[in-house]
Ligand binder design. Structure first.
Ligand code: CUA
Length: 155
């Protein structure tokens, strides 16, 4: 019967698409290391400016070729405004907001996440090429939103 043959074909096609999608997912997570930014803790937005490590935002070396960038986002700037790291270094960004929801997008990289007050978001990235990346707030956060930017300099 003709209908049965079509049925078989569609079943096979559906199965094949499923296999391709699961394969793509496995390749992206295991092969390319793409995953969601992690939640690494909570912090009270009212006292964040006096709570370590956000009382001293900035970049520090935490291991060979490994840096930690602690960034406090607030209307309408990042503290620090500029993050300087050597070429080839792996940087773990630990970011939170002191007021409203902001964005944290480093142009030319896959670092792109929301910054939520009360929550610390962690993301790690390796900068293999020298250059300058703009750091952009890509969540509308009020009247000065379009002024909110910083940069990552890789030397
Ligand atoms: Cu901060 Cu838009």
């Amino acid at each position: 019967m003709k209908a049965e043959r079509y049925e078989k074909a569609f079943l096979l096609l559906s199965g094949a698409i499923l296999v391709v999608f699961i394969g793509a997912l496995a390749f992206a997570t295991l092969g390319m290391g793409i995953r969601l930014p992690g939640r690494s803790g909570t912090v009270d937005p009212n006292t964040v400016r006096t709570t370590p490590p956000f009382d001293h935002p900035g970049v520090r070396e935490v291991g060979p070729n490994h840096y930690e960038a602690v960034v406090l986002a607030q209307a309408w700037r990042y503290d620090p405004q500029e993050i300087d790291v050597p070429v080839g270094s792996t940087v773990t960004f630990r970011v939170t907001s002191a007021d409203v929801i902001h964005g944290f997008y480093i142009e030319g990289t896959r670092v792109n996440f929301m910054v939520l007050p009360g929550q610390v978001t962690e993301e790690t990235y390796t900068f293999r090429e020298p250059g300058e990346h703009r750091l952009i707030c890509d969540e509308y956060c009020g009247a000065g939103h379009q002024l909110m930017s910083g940069k990552v300099v890789v030397r």
